[in-house]
Design a protein around this ligand. Structure first.
Ligand code: HEC
Ligand code: HEC
Ligand code: HEC
Length: 436
């Protein structure tokens, strides 16, 4: 009996040691190109930071919206401290200024690249994927070196200490993160597709890698990991309940029917004749895509336009199977019509036709028709501005109605705009107003 017990304990031990070894090996995949810390100190063979390299790094950092996550509102650029909400708690972005104590002043280019490519910090700590390295891993070493040169040479050091993450147990342990990574993360490179044009490939590199569009537009599994194979199939954000629509699905925000010119214009200015951005996407345009060159925006447009429609598997999993014709309560519709006439029509038009270059049409507008109606609810509750961009410097604003209208009037007008002028989307319920 004793012997049996001993044997099973030994067996268990061996098994767990083996499991730990496997998890550890998986976590170190593709790290061989990074020399050990000691060697790094001896070598210090950094890319020489020419003005050209620094400028290139500045541009790439804009394309990756590094400042967007690493700068608190009104704070020192790149000094970190932004709390990123995850299902497991808050992860704070790090100080990326060249401060040697609190920032990355004493990092080597190789260590920086290991952070981008492998998601590992200077001293070896595994990083949380709130830092979008599952996408940034596709960056080339050259581009990583350029961003590194920019951060080291163009910024002033800031002595702001990093904040401790506030994650719940066991998610706050390195062991849990190592396990998550063993299942959900592999370092990768962007693989050029030889049957596609250089332009398409450039667009793919920017969209899949640096632009990390999938971090919002991707579907996540129960572990909170992006499901790569489903592509840009749409995802709910942990930012005020916004929904980043599928860029594949016709019923959501697929771009296959758009002119490439309109796609590039949307990313450059926040609006085009085919649609406009709002909420978190307005921030992406403001902080990032408006700064990109016409060539890069054109490449992204080429790639986005060519995205394949969802495969059968994905389509059947999609939440918005054809909406069953929903009965609209005529009293609600009447009430909504009245609210619309008083509050909305003077901008969006009596027939929801909008006005060119100022107010978007609501008739046939996919932001209005989309399921779930979260974005529609958010914009009407909170209002919004298109981003002020060089191409659209003084955008018109949409006033917030959350404080102006009772919930009943709000649901009525939302139901009305989804059901009037040929629009045919499900009514909005009172519960939906509070859903996060
Ligand atoms: C969506 C938000 C987000 C974006 C975009 C983002 N980061 Fe981060 N980054 C984070 C968070 C959060 C952390 C902290 C992760 C941790 O501590 O585990 C982090 C950590 C890092 C680290 C590790 C720092 C350290 O001290 O270990 C580096 C390096 C870094 N980011 C560089 C970049 C660069 C370069 C870009 C742009 C290409 C970028 N980040 C874009 C959120 C972001
Ligand atoms: C921080 C999260 C976030 C990131 C990152 C992000 N998006 Fe979005 N995106 C959204 C949200 C939310 C919406 C829905 C609001 C809207 O329609 O503007 C959206 C909408 C869109 C739309 C539809 C606009 C319309 O009106 O039809 C396009 C196209 C788009 N995003 C492209 C991109 C591309 C390309 C990238 C990568 C460069 C990207 N997004 C990165 C959150 C994000
Ligand atoms: C003062 C003019 C004005 C009024 C009044 C107004 N809006 Fe808007 N609305 C705008 C502007 C400007 C935008 C574009 C802003 C943006 O996309 O961030 C907009 C955007 C929208 C959008 C998003 C459309 C899209 O393509 O992204 C919806 C939906 C909307 N309004 C509905 C309403 C409803 C419903 C009312 C009445 C309760 C209303 N608006 C009242 C000016 C107005």
């Amino acid at each position: 009996m004793k012997r049996l017990l001993l044997r099973s304990v030994t067996g268990l031990l061996v098994l767990s040691v083996a499991a730990v070894a496997v998890v550890d090996t998986l976590n170190r995949q593709d790290e061989d190109r990074v020399p050990q810390a000691l060697q790094v100190q001896q070598m210090q063979r950094e890319p020489t930071a020419t003005a050209q390299l620094v400028e290139r790094g500045r541009y790439l950092a804009l394309a990756g919206n590094c400042a967007g996550c690493h700068t608190v509102r009104g704070g020192t650029p790149y000094a970190g401290g932004v709390g990123i909400a995850t299902p497991f708690g808050l992860v704070y972005s790090s100080n990326l200024t060249p401060d040697t104590t609190h920032g990355i002043g004493d990092w080597s280019a190789a260590q920086f690249w290991r952070a981008m490519h492998n998601g590992r910090s200077r001293e070896g700590r595994l990083l949380y994927p709130a830092f979008p390295y599952p996408s940034l891993t596709k960056l080339t070493r050259e581009d990583s070196d350029a961003i590194y040169a920019y951060l080291q040479h163009a910024l002033l050091p800031s002595a702001r200490p990093n904040d401790a993450h506030t994650l719940r147990f066991p998610y706050n342990t390195q062991a849990a993160l190592a396990l998550w990574r063993a299942v959900s993360f592999r370092p990768a490179s962007y693989v050029q597709k030889s049957d596609r044009s250089p332009e398409w490939n450039r667009g793919g590199y920017l969209v899949e890698g640096l632009g990390h569009c999938i971090e919002c537009h991707g579907t996540r599994n129960a572990l909170g990991a992006i499901q790569d194979r489903m592509g840009l199939s749409g995802g709910s954000l942990r930012i005020d309940g916004w929904y980043a629509p599928s860029l594949l699905n016709e019923r959501e925000a697929a771009l296959s029917h758009w002119d490439e010119r309109h796609i590039a214009e949307l990313l450059k200015t926040g609006r085009s004749d085919a649609g406009s951005v709002m909420g978190p996407m307005a921030d992406v345009v403001y902080e990032s895509t408006q700064h990109l060159s016409d060539a890069d925006l054109g490449a992204m447009a080429t790639y986005l336009k060519a995205l394949p429609a969802p495969t059968a598997m994905v389509a059947s999993a999609a939440k918005n199977a054809p909406a069953a014709p929903s009965r609209r309560d005529s009293a609600v519709m009447l009430r909504g019509e009245k609210v619309y006439a008083q509050q909305c029509a003077y901008c969006h038009g009596n027939q929801g036709e909008g006005s060119i270059d100022a107010y978007p049409p609501l008739a046939g507008n996919r932001s209005v028709l989309m399921d779930p109606p979260t974005n529609l609810i958010r914009i009407v509750q909170r209002g919004g501005y298109l981003p002020a961009t060089q191409g659209n410097p003084r955008p018109y604003g949409m006033p917030p109605f959350g404080q102006v209208l009772h919930d009943q009037d709000l649901t009525a007008v939302l139901t009305y705009v989804r059901g009037a002028w040929g629009n045919y989307a499900a009514p909005v319920s009172a519960q939906a107003l509070f859903k996060r």
